[in-house]
Design a protein around this ligand. Structure first.
Ligand code: AHM
Ligand code: MG
Length: 345
């Protein structure tokens, strides 16, 4: 069958069929999620016309101003996912606590952790934004899911991915058998296979970091970024800076072109390093994708997928991308002899 005629639904189904014990539940869950993302994509596309830009006036758990589109995305995803019988609970960036499945609906064996609209500081400027998701199998037996089901390691994810609302709308996902990308064909309303088995180049030519935070970087990060600005031996050129400030867009570029993305802790107070990005629904799913595409993802001191979450909105530093680029960063950490960001003394 031609690549251009493979829908994401068919792809998910065929991936699940490779598992003998598959019940179709994961397929059903991901189908519901793609429907929700089509609705979010429509709202994002018509936001300027429909006057739904702007803030709600509320703050989320991390103290970010909640934009109206954040809240539309949150409601849309919740409503698409609450009744399918696949989930036992949800966790969202926009909710401080666990989101239970309503009592009237059956409970399933999975939990969904998501960032409904990531990069929302970019909304009014028509810059790419996205939805990030992570799926875990529950570890408690039945009924409502619990906090114990959520506080997990990224290595236990059964699926992860993102929807990118950019010049086109895409889904990029993994169930642990490689990374695949599909582009929404608006004329038929289907996500069609466009990026068959994404493999990140072993070394890239872009680095991506918020340079405005340089005063708070630890020594290895400062030295590493300085190193990238020198001529590379292989290319004879320094690395180029690319930073959008939308995690989904920055990671999508890194997956496809290679290179490195860093969001280190703010170490202005060395005794109290402050990471920004959230483990369960931002950093862990992106790290799962990056490893599945042949890249690497570390906190500076350990593999991201080995980090045990200790709270719903647990934050960690992140360095991810092409394998060789991440290895070079690691070398700077080792050579600096300092304790890198995020490492407890
Ligand atoms: P958000 O989920 O509230 O949008 O925040 C997360 C965003 C990421 O998309 C992006 O990588 C990062 O925050 C940008 O942060 P900064 O503006 O500090 O560079
Ligand atoms: Mg986010």
């Amino acid at each position: 069958m031609e690549k251009s005629s493979i829908t994401v639904q068919r792809h998910i189904l065929e991936q699940e069929r490779k598992h003998q014990q598959a019940t179709g539940d994961l397929t059903g869950l991901l189908w519901d999620l793609t429907l929700a993302a089509k609705v979010v994509s429509r709202e994002v596309n018509r936001a300027g016309l429909a006057d739904i830009f702007g803030a709600t006036g509320e703050e989320n758990e991390s103290g970010d101003l909640v934009k109206r589109l954040d809240s539309i995305a949150q409601d849309t995803i919740y409503r698409a996912m609450d009744h399918g019988g696949h989930l036992c609970l949800m966790v969202s960036e926009e909710s401080p606590d666990l989101i239970p499945i309503p009592a009237k609906y059956p409970k399933g064996k999975y939990l969904l952790l998501y960032d409904p609209l990531d990069g929302s500081s970019n909304i009014e400027a028509n810059v790419s934004i996205g939805t990030i998701f992570s799926v875990h199998r529950r570890i408690t037996g039945s009924g409502d899911g619990t906090l114990e089901d959520c506080l997990r390691k990224g290595s236990e994810q059964v699926a992860a991915g993102y929807f990118l609302y950019g010049s086109s709308t895409m889904i990029v996902y993994t169930t642990g058998q490689g990374v695949y990308g599909f582009t929404l064909d608006p004329s038929i309303g289907e996500f069609m296979l466009s990026h068959d088995r994404i493999v990140t180049p072993p070394q890239g030519k872009y680095y991506s970091i918020n340079e405005g935070n340089a005063a708070g970087w630890d020594e290895p990060t400062r030295n590493y970024v300085q190193h990238l600005k020198q001529k590379d031996k292989a290319t004879g050129r320094p690395y180029s800076l690319r930073y959008i400030g939308s995690l989904v867009a920055d990671i999508h570029r890194t997956l496809v072109y290679g290179g490195i993305f860093l969001y280190p802790s703010d170490t202005s107070d060395p005794a109290n390093p402050k990471p920004k990005l959230r483990l369960l629904y931002e950093v862990a799913p992106m790290s799962f994708l990056m490893e599945q595409a042949g890249g690497a993802a570390i906190t500076g001191t350990q593999r991201v997928l080995d980090v045990q979450a200790t709270s719903l909105h647990h934050k960690v530093p992140i360095v991810l991308g092409s394998k060789q680029d991440v290895a070079t960063y690691e070398r700077f950490c080792t050579e600096s002899g300092t304790v890198p960001a995020g490492k407890k003394k």
